[in-house]
Design a binder for this molecule. Structure first.
Ligand SMILES: Cc1cc2nc3c(=O)[nH]c(=O)nc-3n(C[C@H](O)[C@H](O)[C@H](O)COP(=O)(O)OP(=O)(O)OC[C@H]3O[C@@H](n4cnc5c(N)ncnc54)[C@H](O)[C@@H]3O)c2cc1C
Length: 384
């Protein structure tokens, strides 16, 4: 379907498509095999100004919105969502600064992230605080002109590769949800280190590590927004970023359909290409229907979010759940269409199926997203 993109939007798609076709697709199997961070490819994305898409022009970016970043991530996701995740996590890492940071803080960090000179990461999750983020144990205590942070964040994308991390910590436990605050931690801050890279099922091009704080001292002015607003900033950050995860899902599913359909045209069994069998055609048809519906929902949700509505959480969760469930189903069906060859590393669909699973887990599991949607519906109908 034609979404009648503007010239600027088409330009974002074209740039991301070129990098995907020429750089990501030829390299993705090797990155996966070697658990290798795609630094060179990310540098090329930086040169093509892709990191600047969600950053305001005043801070060296393109000044794009949620829809623009969705367009870029959909294309990257078609190639490899491991690379796409590394790219997306840098935006995720600076959303707290964009949303709640002071002008001085934006000035200090956003130029470098927009140019791709520095990467960012976002630290919320801990060993005992996954879906229930209120269980975080990391603390930050003011000591003179410095905050002293102690604790460990777990499974942080771009860990060890980023230079800037936005991190939430408890600043006043007695205040409950109003007792947490976000901070910027920089690579090299005293008392801050990253753990070893986790070994993962998929998205192996992306780096995932712990962030470890042992009496980590940072200047007082690294606090993001006001004290006690950490969870509000986290929720707004995730509402803004989830359509990007949905977009990775659409791209991934599209890539899997492309592979499965091309294979089905050339694979001959019983004297005919398998695409001539109705059972295969129906699978391909269902894959295409799922992708096109997910695309329509994600594009619609992204445009809605760009208008800064009140019901951002519901719409953002809806598109994340739907598109990522479609990605899981389509990649699984792509392996089925290709039979035993689909299961072999020689073809990309087994990687796509392994990669797809994370989309239903990170940035809030799909069960939690359904809880959010259900709670919003409950509120709406209580009012009416
Ligand atoms: C590769 C990878 C990268 C990640 N990157 C980051 C990152 O950059 N930054 C960051 O902060 N975090 C990151 N995460 C963490 C991720 O966001 C969490 O894994 C996720 O939020 C789920 O938390 P959990 O894994 O602890 O699962 P749990 O919360 O333990 O959930 C386990 C299961 O129980 C279900 N469940 C839990 N509570 C409920 C409930 N109330 N209702 C229904 N079902 C429920 C869940 O849906 C899930 O199926 C990453 C994780 C991975 C694996």
């Amino acid at each position: 379907m034609d979404y009648f993109l503007s010239e600027e939007q088409q330009m974002i798609v074209d740039i991301a498509r070129q990098i995907t076709n020429e750089r990501i697709i030829p390299k993705r199997a090797e990155l996966d095999e070697k658990d290798e961070f795609p630094r060179e490819i990310l540098n090329e994305m930086a040169q093509a100004d892709l990191f600047g898409v969600p950053i305001p022009e005043a801070y060296g970016g393109f000044g794009g919105g949620c829809f623009d970043i969705v367009l870029a991530l959909e294309e990257l996701g078609r190639g490899c969502i491991g690379v796409g995740t590394a790219f997306a996590a840098s935006s995720l890492g600076v959303y707290p600064i964009l949303i709640s940071g002071s002008d001085e803080m934006k000035e200090k960090y956003l130029f470098d992230v927009a140019s791709g000179k520095k990467f960012a990461g976002f630290g919320l999750t801990e060993a005992n605080a996954g879906s229930d983020a209120s269980g975080i144990q990391t603390t930050a205590v003011l000591d003179g002109d410095e905050w002293v942070i102690n604790g460990t964040k777990q499974w942080i994308t771009n860990g060890g590769e980023a230079q800037i991390y936005t991190v939430i910590a408890i600043t006043d436990r007695s205040k409950g949800p109003r007792g947490a605050t976000m901070f910027v931690v920089e690579e090299g801050d005293p008392g801050f280190s990253c753990g070893p890279k986790e070994k993962k099922m998929g998205i192996r091009a992306s780096s995932t590590t712990e962030l470890i704080f042992k009496d980590c001292r940072i200047p007082k002015d690294r606090m993001i927004g006001r004290k006690g607003t950490g969870f509000i900033t986290v929720m707004k950050t995730l509402d803004s970023s989830r359509p990007g995860i949905a977009a990775l899902g659409i791209g991934l599913a599209q890539g899997a359909l492309d592979e499965a359909a091309s294979y089905a045209k050339q694979r001959v069994q019983f004297g005919k290409p398998i695409i001539s069998f109705q059972a295969i055609q129906h699978m391909l048809a269902d894959m295409a229907i799922g992708i096109e519906s997910a695309r329509a929902l994600v594009y619609g949700a992204a445009k809605h979010i760009d208008a800064h509505p009140k019901d951002m959480s519901k719409v953002s969760s809806m598109c994340k759940v739907y598109a990522t469930d479609v990605a899981m189903k389509v990649t699984t069906d792509a392996v089925q269409v290709m039979g035993g060859y689909g299961y072999m590393r020689e073809y990309p669909v087994e990687k796509m199926m392994r990669d797809a699973k994370i989309l239903q887990i990170y940035e809030g599991t799909n069960q939690i997203q359904r809880n959010v949607i259900g709670q919003e519906i409950n509120k709406e109908y209580a009012r009416s």
